[in-house]
Design a protein around this ligand. Sequence first.
Ligand SMILES: [Fe+2]
Length: 316
Amino acid sequence: MRASSLHGAGLGLRRELIPDLKADRSAAIDFFELAPENWLEMGGSRRRDLHHFAERRPLVAHGLSLNLGGPAPLDEQFLQRVKRFLDEYRIDLFTEHLSWCGDDGHLYDLLPIPFTGDAVRHVAARIRRTQDILERRIAIENASYYVAPAIAEMREIDFIRAVLDEADCDLHLDVNNVYVNSVNHRFDPRAFIDAMPAERIVYLHMAGHYQEAEDLIIDTHGAAVIDPVWQLLDHTYTRIGTRPTLLERDFNIPPLAELLPEVGQIRQMQTHTTQRHARACGNPECPPEPLSIGVRRADWIPARAGMTEGELCHAA
Ligand SMILES: [Fe+2]
């Protein structure tokens, strides 16, 4: 099994930021995330840009349009193209939204999947097929949603857990989405994170949002991360150990210099988490990071099942 080089704090590879990113010599960003839909089979300067960044940092592919929860047949031709792209750029991790985006699959409007047993089986079969075609484990991202699905047989927590088990895939935990949903649907975000299977969490997102009203948040990715979401990230790291974590910024994109402090804050929190734990257990290399990212399903060993920070510890 090849250990993934993915670690630390990352930023989205957005076209607006490319000149700043090329000029940046700070080494503040450990990896870049991109939407394969925006980069597949590009030629000319786009291709040269992609090679430039792929030679310098690991890349993560975060899909927009696979429509895992939708009724239309899975676009297997598209997945074959994604597979070639991932192989060419040695991308271990592909993640997608646990949602659906309309019948034609390209509305880019992510809707919640009904939390039912039928939906678990439907989406899990599509995830398994995706993993077979990509020849990688994939991670699914918990989505933000505003109207609870009309037909629900279970809570969102139970739905996500059931899909992960049935599909045998990993979780891309968006910490801001947990916070947004906890305000809009009134639940305890820490309890939600504690209920997620830590051994399957391979990747995190952090983002800002727009507070429309006291009890309504819109998940815009268009502002700085707020303190309660930083606190929730700290809770997550304390609970499960650190994971590669991306700062999402998709709208109102400022110059890179304004984003780097937030990327730096992620990295600082990761360092503090590792140091705090190492002090407690006396082993400077503890806790280990779970580096099963993207490995073929047959090679995956759930050696750290039920892992919490304490259980990860060599001395525990
Ligand atoms: Fe996200």
